[in-house]
Design a protein around this ligand. Sequence first.
Ligand SMILES: C=C(O[C@@H]1C=C(C(=O)O)C=C[C@H]1O)C(=O)O
Length: 258
Amino acid sequence: MATAEGSCSDDSSLLNLESIRDSLVRQEDTIIFSLIERAKYPINSPLYDNKYNNLPTNSLFHFFLKQSEALQAKAGRYTSPDENAFFPDNLPTPLLPPLNCTPVLHPPGDSININDQVLNLYLKTLLPLITAKGDDGNYAVTAASDVNCLQALSRRIHFGKFVAEVKFRDAPADYTPAICAKDREALMKLLTFQSVEERIKKRVEKKAMIFGQDVDLNENDNEGKYKVNPSIVSQLYGDWVMPLTKFVQVEYLLRRLD
Ligand SMILES: C=C(O[C@@H]1C=C(C(=O)O)C=C[C@H]1O)C(=O)O
């Protein structure tokens, strides 16, 4: 199976809700640090404009993301079941043979990819919330930090496939009738744990406070100054990251008996 760190393990005891949740907690750190890095630069809108007509894609950012994925595909990134490309069509083949992972995911659900939604959310909603207005011309480093944010968010959201697989294996009798009836609402109810979600929102807010403050040797000097607004991080999780993860879970479960 794919473990939290993206490597392979044949130890199926690692596939349980506790270890999956541990991985989601660890991924919070990656997401928050990547947002903090992106927030160093202003929004840099020309990076996302389609005004450079000498580019093969519709913006410098699309070009950067597509080329980054092509390079990483060659190095084998997308052979891992917990990685999903933003431009999955026509990716180059990996240079190395794939790792010998025991497949964990049910194949029809494995191919779910909602990165178009992730990209849209990131560019249209999240970026304006975490960046200052302005243009410092640092497009390459800005694009590189965008790619880090997007990959971390995408990985977290598509981890819903593993969450759903574990939940199904733990209670197939509970999930099977709703899957057969294609009852999305019932599936959503079965897989939702409101108290877990509330804790996550509080924890990411706290992490954003701790990770996002300047460390100064004079105590309390920087209280209240954060590199990314902690309540935006909590909102990001509550309004988008967790709903999209649950959307992936429902989509996966609907295919689980195919
Ligand atoms: C991921 C899980 O499923 C649901 C989605 C959550 C999330 O995206 O973090 C949290 C709790 C559940 O409502 C889980 O149960 O841990």
